[in-house]
Design a protein. Sequence first.
Length: 407
Amino acid sequence: MKQRRHWVTTGVIAVALLALWACQDALQRNAEAQAVEAPVFAVDPMWPQPLPDGWRLGSVIGVWVDDQDLIWIVHRASMTLGNNERQMELDPPTSAECCIGAPPILAFDRAGNLVHSWGGLPGEDYQGYEWPGSNHGIFVDHLGYVWLGGNGPADSQIMKFTQTGDVVAVFGQPGARLSPGGDQPAFVPNSHDPESFGRVAKLFVDAQTNQVYAADGYLNRRVAVLDGDTGEMLRYWGAYGNEPDDDYVYPERGMNQPPPQQFRSPVHCADVSADRLVYVCDRQANRLQVFTTDGEFIAEEFYAPVTLGAGSTWDIAFSRDPDQRYIFMADGVNERVRVVVRETLQEITNFGAGGRQPGQFYGVHSIATDSAGNIYVTETYEGKRLQKFVYMGMGSVPAQQGVVWPN
């Protein structure tokens, strides 16, 4: 009898082990089936180098990599650092050593060394011009000029600088969106204004034409294109190539709702690809729309379409292969970087997670790539930092990668 029970027990264990093996094998095969071939990245937790002189970053709301592989950022230290983080700036100061907001414009080399630092204070005089009340977006063009927008309540201007911070030109009149008394922001869009803007989110200069594409933006509801030398408004358009309509009533957000026929503010990016297409981030509509450079609508795709709040399509960057095969998309609500096949607009994988550790995000906002294929991302809100993700080549990755920590 004991021997029989022994064989029965042994048989049960064997069956259980076989079932466990079969389950694990199925899970492994399922995981392999879901894996995709995609660019592989790993966070560099030691980048960039520490800032000098007790400097602290505020919300970092723009990044661009220029033709020399300098990584440029714009941030809001003087606006977003609380008094407990600005002891040296108080009157009288409460600390002799820490801390002070860094200048709003910073540039780093690929090793993370600080190369440039300059800029003004919100709404104050800078070389005879008014610095934006709220910095937003940075671009360095093919001639080396640095472009800056602003999304403060009264910001209606675009600024152009040398790499050492000298003002080259200012397009648009600061305060153009103020109320008639001129003392309070009216928050009234004018998406047909031929001279000024409505809280620009991001700029992109087309090297072939020297035309500037403005994601205009936080108040207006258009992509505006202007001449990079004179600032003359050349053309503009709204969602689907429609004429912008500032009185448009948006449908409710959520499942099974029709897509809005106008951009749902903010229009957060308008980047031009090598094959002459314009990719527009309609952030709160959770979509990317594609146009010709003349504003003819071509296609759109939605990402995490039930996302509410600030939306899912915050910024994009193209991969650096000749065909720009991939789009890397920053999603600051769901806290990840999405990898999208540019030809089909289909997302194939994503990485990142919410948190404060390297490789995690708190308000991932802007994104750019360098000539080696590395990715740089900024964080707004309480994130207040810049991270580098090193390109490791192509490889097999799951659809949801999570934190890409170096092996």
